[in-house]
Design a protein around this ligand. Structure first.
Ligand code: SF4
Ligand code: SF4
Ligand code: SF4
Length: 221
């Protein structure tokens, strides 16, 4: 095999790996732009025209690159890389010609999911004061608040815990983008998406009603 052929094979393998990564992410890590309904509804309506991508002034939306995923060419947002800025006029929605994005006129209408916090890795739950996600939130004190608690096991450190109000959280992902831990301790989930409960159990589908609870049971709030 010639050197050029080997180079082409390696390049093809790299593209394939990237495509698979995107295909994986398309179902589990990426967000749809504001105004998308269920994934089924979105896939049926989106004609991959890219108008929402052009309309986004922050370049938060990109087209999924893949040779294998049915999501190829559809728009997505990677909150960790560049979250939605919740523009006051939400310009990505009215340009959609097919209604794949619809019924969002003001930022508060946005419902891309809701944030969940990993209490095992969020440093606020370890007694350190962070509040970066709290201060990054466009809906500070509405979508996210700080719960001050005495740490019963540690009289020297109190806990300033971020708490999500999933009814008002828009899932914009700015908290995810700004989270200071290497692997973000906060992420966005939405109906029908799997979430990572812990390393041992892997990815499991978790209904919305099981994600929160006044006692904070489980890893995710
Ligand atoms: S609301 Fe603004 S920042 Fe968010 S995706 Fe739409 S155009 Fe981009
Ligand atoms: S504007 Fe609508 S149809 Fe066009 S790519 Fe965006 S979501 Fe799909
Ligand atoms: S996703 Fe994060 S930053 Fe956006 S509204 Fe919800 S808590 Fe606030």
């Amino acid at each position: 095999m010639s050197l050029s052929t080997i180079a082409k094979v390696l390049a093809g393998a790299a593209v394939g790996a990237q495509a698979l990564a995107y295909a994986f992410n398309a179902g589990e890590e990426l967000l749809r732009p504001p105004g998308a309904r269920s994934e089924e509804d979105f896939q049926a309506r989106c004609v991959r025209c890219g108008k929402c991508i052009e309309a986004c002034p922050h370049e938060s939306i990109f087209a999924i690159q893949s040779f294998v995923s049915p999501s190829a060419g559809t728009p997505a947002i990677d909150a960790r890389a560049k979250a939605c800025r919740m523009c006051h006029d939400v310009p990505c929605v009215p340009v959609c010609p097919t209604g794949a994005l619809r019924d969002v006129e003001v930022p508060e209408d946005i419902d891309m999911g809701w944030a969940v916090i990993d209490r095992e890795t969020c440093i606020s739950f370890k007694g350190l004061r962070c509040e970066v996600c709290y201060r990054a939130c466009p809906l500070i004190d509405e979508a996210i608040t700080i719960d001050y608690r005495i740490n019963e096991n540690d009289p020297l450190h109190s806990v300033f815990a971020p708490i999500i109000n999933e009814e008002t959280c828009t899932g914009c992902g700015l908290c995810v983008e700004r989270c200071i831990t290497d692997e973000p301790a906060i992420r966005i989930v939405r109906e029908g998406w799997p979430i990572h409960e812990n390393e041992e159990e892997g990815w499991v589908p978790t209904p919305r009603e099981n994600l929160s609870g006044p006692s904070g049971e489980g890893v995710w709030q």
